[in-house]
Structure formats: structure tokens, C-alpha cells
Design a protein around this ligand. Structure first.
Ligand SMILES: Nc1ncnc2c1ncn2[C@@H]1O[C@H](COP(=O)(O)OP(=O)(O)OP(=O)(O)O)[C@@H](O)[C@H]1O
Ligand SMILES: [Mg+2]
Length: 265
């Protein structure tokens, strides 16, 4: 089991995650079970990220990270802030999203200006990620990181924050045309029709099935969904069944007033 050894800093965002150095020598952005969003956000991150990876989308390795009581006691910053109240982060098993490198050297960007977005070498993956976000009904806008290994290298994007897939703690699918889209239409300039989504739609048909969903979900610590195995089972069943709705959901996005795919005519 991966253990957290040291807290580095607090991260931005509603889940109040912390960057932590872990026993495998890597750094992870850790979301705690008692985060202010929802306990199930951890389950969504684990399930969502692993499913996205199975579709061939760029993600980061994710893991269950154990945070011990002593580390929390010795680190006053490991607390959840709710208004004026401060509640210590719970000890136990939490969700870790691996920082893709050494945080002292590698600079990551949460956003890029439009001109630079066009230089992202795997920009087409935003179309693939939309297949995933429509399928899982991600009720947050798509979030991505941009990485450049050296100042001369091209930017590469990796997709993070699958916490609001399956409608966060609700585990239902309130589909809507603009849900799951990235904030900038520019990332969809390469989309010229339904065939632009074909590689990921095909993988969803071929690679996702009951056995595979069971396998992936068995890696989620049951306490992340309060041992409600029936709820998890229902979620997986709905997910499997709604795969063939994705093309229609993409069409609804295309027809929306936002016109996210200007080159799809
Ligand atoms: N694997 C990672 N590597 C590097 N940075 C990361 C990673 N995961 C998350 N981050 C950083 O931590 C911040 C918070 O992460 P994330 O968006 O997943 O959490 P959140 O609290 O759910 O945010 P939100 O307010 O968007 O719901 C992000 O803005 C991002 O910069
Ligand atoms: Mg976020």
C-alpha cells in the first residue's frame, strides 16, 4: 500500500486536495475522504480515471494513498477549512493523482492562452475526452493540465479531475448539451463530424463491458461509497447501458447555441 510521507502544499479547488510525497518516491495530489465536496468524489476519480485510460485517453496514474494519524497530527496544514472551522483531514485511505514529475522542477499549467492551445501536440484528445465526459455525465467543465518538459518542447495535455463524473455524489446522469465541454472551443477545431469521435466511440464499444467494469470498480475502497455495493452495482449497470447514447449526446452538444465544433458543418 502506498503511504504518504510528507505534505508539500495545499492545492486550489473545491476538494481542498494536498500535494504529498509518497512512499514510491512520487508526488500525488491527494483528495481526502472528508473533503467538502463528497466522499464519492474519490470513487469517481478512481473509476473515472481508470475508464478514461482504458479508452486510450491521456491521464495520470492514480492510486489509493494511506495517510497515517501521526502525519496528520504533526502537519497542522492537513485540515479541511469550512468557513471559520478547521477539521483535521481524516486518517485512512484517500485518493491520489500522481504529479507527472518532480514538482520542484516541472511547471504545470491549469490553463493556456488560446494561441498556445493550438500548439498542444495531443489537442485531438479533447474530442476523445468529450466522448468520456458525455458517457459519464461529468457535471463539471472538463479540466486538463498542460505540461512541457523543456522550454523548447511542445505542450502536452493530461486530463485530470474526474470527481464530478456520474454527477458527483448523486450517481445519476442529468444529461445536458453543454455538460462536459472544455471552456475553450478552440480545442475542438479538429472536429469535422461524428467520425472525429470514432476512435473513442469504438474503444468504448469494444473495451468496456461488465467484466471490465467489475474489475476496475473492485479497486475502489468500499468506504469511499459507504459500503453501498448496491449503489455501485446500479451505477455500473447504467454506465454499461448508456454507451450507445453517446453519439446522440454529442449531437446535442453540436446543435447547442454555443456551437462548440465550428468545423463540423
Ligand atoms: N495529478 C496532478 N498533477 C498535478 N497537479 C494536479 C493533479 N491533480 C490535480 N492537480 C492540481 O490540483 C488542483 C486541484 O485539483 P482538482 O481540480 O482535481 O480538484 P478540485 O478540488 O476538485 O477542483 P475543483 O474546484 O475544480 O472541483 C488543480 O487545479 C490542479 O492544478
Ligand atoms: Mg477541479
Amino acid at each position: 500500500m502506498l503511504r504518504a510521507l510528507e505534505e508539500i502544499r495545499r492545492m486550489r479547488g473545491g476538494a481542498q486536495a494536498h500535494l504529498m510525497r509518497c512512499s514510491d518516491g512520487h508526488y500525488y495530489v491527494v483528495k481526502f475522504q472528508n473533503n467538502p465536496q463528497h466522499r464519492r468524489v474519490l470513487a469517481n476519480e478512481m473509476l473515472g480515471t481508470k475508464l478514461a485510460a482504458r479508452l486510450g485517453l491521456p491521464t495520470v496514474p492514480v492510486a489509493v494513498v494511506e495517510v497515517g494519524e501521526e502525519l496528520i497530527r504533526l502537519t497542522p496544514d492537513l485540515a479541511i477549512e469550512l468557513g471559520r472551522a478547521r477539521i483535521p483531514c481524516a486518517a485512512g485511505l484517500h485518493f491520489g493523482s500522481r504529479y507527472p514529475g518532480d514538482p520542484r522542477r516541472l511547471t504545470l499549467h491549469d490553463f493556456l492562452p488560446d494561441e498556445l492551445l493550438l500548439q498542444v501536440e495531443n489537442m485531438h484528445d479533447f474530442a476523445g475526452m468529450l466522448v468520456f465526459d458525455k458517457w459519464t455525465c461529468n457535471t463539471n467543465g472538463r479540466q486538463a493540465l498542460f505540461i512541457r518538459e523543456t522550454p523548447r518542447a511542445a505542450y502536452r495535455t493530461v486530463m485530470i479531475d474526474q470527481g464530478f463524473c456520474f454527477n458527483a455524489g448523486e450517481w445519476n446522469f442529468p444529461d445536458a448539451p453543454l455538460r462536459g465541454l472544455y471552456a475553450r472551443n478552440r480545442v475542438y477545431l479538429g472536429v469535422t463530424g461524428m467520425e472525429s469521435f470514432a476512435p473513442w466511440l469504438e474503444r468504448m464499444e469494444k473495451r468496456i463491458g461488465e467484466r471490465m467494469l467489475d474489475e476496475v470498480s473492485s479497486e475502489i475502497p468500499p468506504e469511499w461509497y459507504e459500503d453501498d455495493h448496491d449503489a455501485l452495482y446500479r451505477l455500473l449497470e447504467l454506465l454499461e447501458r448508456r454507451r450507445d447514447r453517446v453519439p446522440d449526446l454529442l449531437l446535442d452538444a453540436k446543435k447547442s447555441y454555443r456551437n462548440p465544433f465550428p468545423n463540423w458543418t
